[in-house]
Design a protein around this ligand. Sequence first.
Ligand code: GAL
Length: 961
Amino acid sequence: MIRLHRREALKLGLAAGLLPDVATARPAPDASPLLHGLGPRDDAPWHLPQSDPSRLLLDDGWRFHEGDIDVPSPVGHHLTYLSVKAGNARGPAAIDWDDGDWPMVRLPHDWASAQPFVQTANVSQGYRPRGIGWYRRTFRLDPVDRDKRLELHFGGIATQATIWINGSVVARNFSAYNAIIIDITPFARFGEEDNVVAIRVDANAMEGWWYEGAGLYRHAWLARRPAVSIATDGVHCDPRQEDGTWRVPVTLTVESIARDPRSMRVTAVLRDPAGQEVARQQAMLDIPSLKQASVALTIPVAAPHLWSVADPALYSVDISLDGPDGSDRRIIPIGFRTIAFDADRGVLLNGTPVKLKGVCLHLDHAGVGVAVPDALLAWRLARLKDMGCNAIRCSHNAQADEFYVLCDQMGFLVMDENRIFNPAPENLAQLEWLVRAHRNHPSIILWSVFNEEPMQGTRAGVEMVRRMRAAVRELDDSRPVTAAMNGSFYDPDNVSQVVDVMGFNYYPNDYDRFHVLNPRQPITSSEDTSAFMTRGAYASDARAHVSASMDEEAADWGATHRKAWKAIAERPFVAGGFVWTGFDYHGEPTPYEWPTIASFFGILDLCGFAKTAYDIRRAQWMDDRAVVGVAPHWTWPGREGQPIDLLVTSNAPRVRVRVNGRIVADQPCDRIMGVAVRTSYEPGLLEVEALRDGQVVARAAHHSAGPAVALRLTPTRAHLRGDGEDVLAITIDAIDARGHHVPVAQNLAHFTVTGATLIGVGNGDPNCHESEKAPERSLFNGLAQMIVQAGTGRGQIRVEAQADGLRPSRLILPQLAVPMRASVAALPPRTLVGDWRRSPVFADRPDPALRPADGDNNLWAFVRAGTPTPADIAPQWRIYRAALPQRKAIIARGGKISFAALAGQVELWVDGRQLVSRSKTTSGPLVADLPSGARDLVLLVRSDAGQLSGLLGRVQVEARD
Ligand code: GAL
């Protein structure tokens, strides 16, 4: 994401709140609290710095095929022999596979999010078929990149992936949640030849009991580094304080593909939040060829500006590695803070107790599934911050890299979590990756090795945790290790005995007992609540699968928001809690299954629209400003004069409720439990005021709405950045004749977006089966959402929403010209005929029908186009044979074959017919028309004495236009 500075925004007349280009009304000043936080916000403070300048984004230009492709086994000895050779992968993994008719997609991509809901599909995955998919991407490398270290990075692929580069398998990955780092240097091709990445993704594999999506759902990158480079995740710099003195220990791991040993200079520069140099250290490092080496530096710092939840000050360590092969660099954001878990006082941040006001998060959002663009992720996190949330548990797996960067910037405390509980080498490697990749983030305060494992009360479980904890501590000795346990707390052998912090999933009644029995062990709730709410619904209806948003229903193992927090807030020895969950998520529909396809647990729904839980949690958690909320809304036609039960929530000590100006309640308010008020319904205005010392410190109001007359569009930002990646959410609601939000509207709205791409829609209804990709959506209890993605460059985005019987709404937003992130060019792929067989020599012109005997892997040589045949003493004939790559377009229309440089006297034959000949011995290009359906290519070449001959350059085929 590119940061737009406030100054720039002002220049463009776009300072938050001005919105000159929004044609239709945004929520009026008296807008319903149901829309609070959905209006345009200034997101300038959040940005993703380029911490690894050697990386190029590899997000666009991917070809995608949904479903598997059957590759018949080779028949015959010769084909079998060839099929197992490096570079000779077959089927869609082959370099030459024709993917020209596969649709293009941009990452992040989740193909499951476009699937319909199917009752026979897996319930936990949200009734969406997932299946198998293929991706292919071609790219070219400049010859100046030869001798560089080249890596492919995939942020995450759901779920199991096999990856080939140029026909050789280079990775098999078994988890959706770890990054995949692949050194492709030995496989790379430079200059005119394409490099082909092919990926088979098996999303039938499951690692979770929630919606996991399918495909390349995080960013991909190409890293181009000097031959001696800083290893990926090879910088560890996590500030420490000892005896009141701060220092930044920097450990750098360097690796070399150079041919000889090298001596390198390492420089680490510490910069303060304003970018000013604070200190620097240098060292020399010797590194042998094809080996790794490490160097440790220490940067002492006097009185740094501390990182905290309220003031997340970030320094950076700018590390460079310089030597004869060039420079490599990383810029690592760091924060100076101390974290300690105390058995009596909970967690201490910089020496002061901080209650963890946390949420558990899965990954997905309405409309886009798990392929959440960075800007949407930032918006989701900002929504949490707005309600006073200060902690996030990555349940039950690593999040995207960008998540941790944003948590550092926004001031969240993060419990990072490993997915698979298993210390066998493959899974231990995933845990080690998690720690190595994330350990520099000041936001991370706790490593969790598992969530709810039935072996938690066994000797084997204890032994597994011991090994996993040791692996974590080996890489990071500064943060404690926990495990999220849901029982076995007192078993003779149980995991709580071998973790640093005890994590309780639910079981609030055990907090005291455990503390008494284990007075020296710090405790946190790792998961709590699991309450049910349907956003915007205020009466439960089990037959319709609706749970009232009044905080009265919870899972048997859980508790309402109020009860769950009370148990935590009242116990200083419980470090804090993590609500299950911050946002609703697809899958794990609880308490209702089909036709319900998503969860009801969120404080916010699938779109990030607030439920009543949001007001409850704001009252409980928000310390820096007064808040007040009231549920339900105030639009109850037909219920005039009947009693309505209100839940008023505030962090102020007293609240006052007015109906049409008349005070109907004035009473103390419990910050945790809120206050229940019964009043009778009278259309008009319901107002709540929060009072401190007799002064009104916060207000909220609901207007009774009349019938809906128009739609309204409210963007979450006043512009899009034209970087091809940026997204914003647009809220669609209906308003009545006076402009008031209609909280009961359920109209189907149709959308038209020009100048940008509509990448998904949603409405937060866990029972809705409408497509999340179609340009239409029903309002659900008054609200729906569009996610719109920017194109590139300066432009204008027009959005229109229409619904039968309502006035349409139009929105015009500017798209700003901003720099795009450096990316790997997506050029049209070339079809080259690279692999040839070359016969032994003939003194006389041979028969072009001659071919290698079946099984001959020796007499006829394997040659690549571009590799000349060495000079002969006397002229000689040779046959060169190749199979033409099969391209549907060429089969259909015929094409052209071009030899960039052929040396010798030449005849070109295709499928037994001579196409063209050159009788003079010469060296130069040759072009011929190809008939449609051409397959078998034969060149007869007669060399000239003392001259190179044969295929001196590339051979390319193109379809006829
Ligand atoms: C917990 C589990 C979560 C989720 C939740 C639903 O036991 O850790 O992943 O399933 O229950 O209440």
